[in-house]
Design a protein around this ligand. Structure first.
Ligand code: UDP
Ligand code: MN
Length: 457
């Protein structure tokens, strides 16, 4: 069978991709070297999706991938087969996704999941303006051997509200969110479902491997990486600390308890998703929702895990290709501010000191989210830092945050981006946070010790 891919704006056949044909480029997860005659095309079209869409078009939508699981993980297959796992609704939202990456996402799910576990696949088109994502997509979906529902939203809702539309339609006991440019690998689904089935308060993510934005090579990520965040309230990957490796008794096939999840790919019990407040509908377009749901799940009685026996590749991009209605920075600050205001208690100061611009961006009405936190009697952010994430770059105990400036020269202490005990410098006080924010923690300790000493002598 030959599938015609359709040029983004011209709506004419551009290149043919055999769906069940002979091996093409990228088989076995290898990268694509775009042939010379397509190099110009590749460069011109990179901006369409901020990845090499020409390389993607040279790869079969059914491309093969090795089984990346450890032997210990593979050995658990038998066990999963003997379990009665609940059915899942897989929800994929997209805005102007490339044709081939979207189809490869769907084909990989169909090819590598036990179809009896999939209640349905729900696609939510967040007001894409590319014609191939309307009728041609609707028609294409009919040939896949699973139930697929597609909704074309009438207004740009952003990924948070688009996912909520999807989850409201879902019939499965478990919800599983995926991005629209992923490739799942052998045995990816069962470990996620098994963990959630065992304890409905667990939110479980796979290891997210890297599909190169340039060559589409499938590169495995470390199985000793977990999710954290920085003072700017960006999600960040960090090495799993020793204590968590020890808690698992050194068994690398056991789930890692992680302080945060990246947000794009995770399984959650549907009822639990609603019980803990689903998503913050006040968040726009993209960003911030991953930390919000991470803090909320831990603080309100659930837990977050990364399951090393489940691997899904994702095309990580250096930039977002789509527009941010309202302005990129404003939207991102708005979303992060909602997280900080509702969940971070006195620690929100860290965020405002690093991102002073966020102080002036309206957060919108927060009463419903604050009420949710109250009603659920969630724990404090300090509890989260002390219990779940003592390695956080935000210390659980601090006195204050600010600048240290010289009155004479009006210069401020500035880390100049240096780390790990390197000497700091002096710079013009810019008042924009960043490298000039000083944690008054040591001074506090020093004063405390001095006071105690004075009491005794
Ligand atoms: N998305 C969406 N509406 C938006 C922004 C993003 O539906 O306004 C979709 C996007 O197409 C993707 C998912 O949300 O399938 C996550 O976005 P993206 O992949 O850009 O985020 P990243 O993986 O880069 O963090
Ligand atoms: Mn993505």
């Amino acid at each position: 069978m030959i599938i015609k891919t359709i040029d983004n704006w011209g709506n004419y056949p551009l290149i043919t991709v055999p769906a069940f044909g002979p091996p093409m480029h990228g088989e076995g997860g290898t990268g694509v070297d775009v042939p010379d005659h397509l190099v110009k095309n590749k460069e011109r079209r990179f901006v369409e999706n901020q990845f090499n869409v020409v390389a993607s078009e040279l790869i079969s939508v059914n491309r093969s991938l090795p089984d990346y699981r450890s032997s210990k993980c593979q050995d658990k297959e038998e066990l999963y087969r003997s379990m009665t796992l609940p059915k899942v609704s897989i929800i994929i939202v997209f805005h102007n996704e490339a044709w081939t990456t979207l189809l490869r996402t769907l084909h990989s799910v169909v090819n590598r999941s036990p179809l009896n576990l999939i209640e349905e696949l729900i696609l939510v088109d967040d007001l894409s303006d590319r014609p191939y994502l309307r009728k041609p997509l609707d028609t294409y979906l009919k040939r896949l051997p699973i139930t697929i529902k597609i909704v074309h939203l009438k207004e740009r809702s952003g990924l948070i509200r688009a996912r909520l539309t999807g989850s409201e339609m879902a019939k499965g006991k478990i919800l599983l969110f995926l991005d629209a440019h992923v490739e799942v690998t052998d045995g990816w689904l069962e470990p996620l479902l098994a963990r959630v089935a065992e304890d409905r308060k667990r939110v479980v993510a796979p290891i997210i491997d890297v599909i190169s934005d340039d060559s589409f090579e499938y590169v495995t990520a470390s199985d000793t990486t977990w999710g954290g965040f920085n003072w700017h309230l960006n999600f960040r990957w960090y090495p799993v600390p020793k204590r968590e490796l020890q808690r698992r008794g050194g068994d690398r096939s056991l789930p890692i308890q992680t302080p945060t999840i990246a947000g794009g790919l995770f399984a959650i019990d549907k009822q639990f998703f609603y019980d803990i407040g689903s998503y913050d509908e006040g968040m726009e377009v993209w960003g911030g929702e991953n930390l919000e749901i991470s803090f909320r799940v831990w603080m309100c009685g659930g837990s977050l895990e990364i399951h090393p026996c489940s691997r899904v590749g994702h095309v990580f991009r250096k930039q977002t290709p789509y527009s941010f209605p309202g302005g990129t920075a404003k939207v991102i600050h708005h979303n992060a501010k909602r997280t900080a205001e509702v969940w971070m208690d006195e620690y929100k100061q860290f965020f405002y000191n690093m991102v002073p611009a966020a102080k002036h961006v309206p957060s919108g009405d927060l009463t419903a989210r604050q009420k949710l936190r109250n009603d659920l009697q969630c724990k404090s952010f300090r509890w989260y830092l002390e219990t779940v994430y003592p390695e956080a770059p935000v210390p659980a105990i601090f006195h204050s945050l600010g600048y240290i400036a010289s009155q004479a020269t009006q210069k401020c202490i500035d880390t100049m981006g240096k780390k790990d005990g390197q000497p700091v410098g002096l710079g013009h006080c810019h008042g924009a946070g960043g490298n000039q924010v000083i944690l008054v923690f040591l001074f506090y300790l020093y004063n405390l010790v001095r006071t105690i000493t004075k009491l005794f002598y």
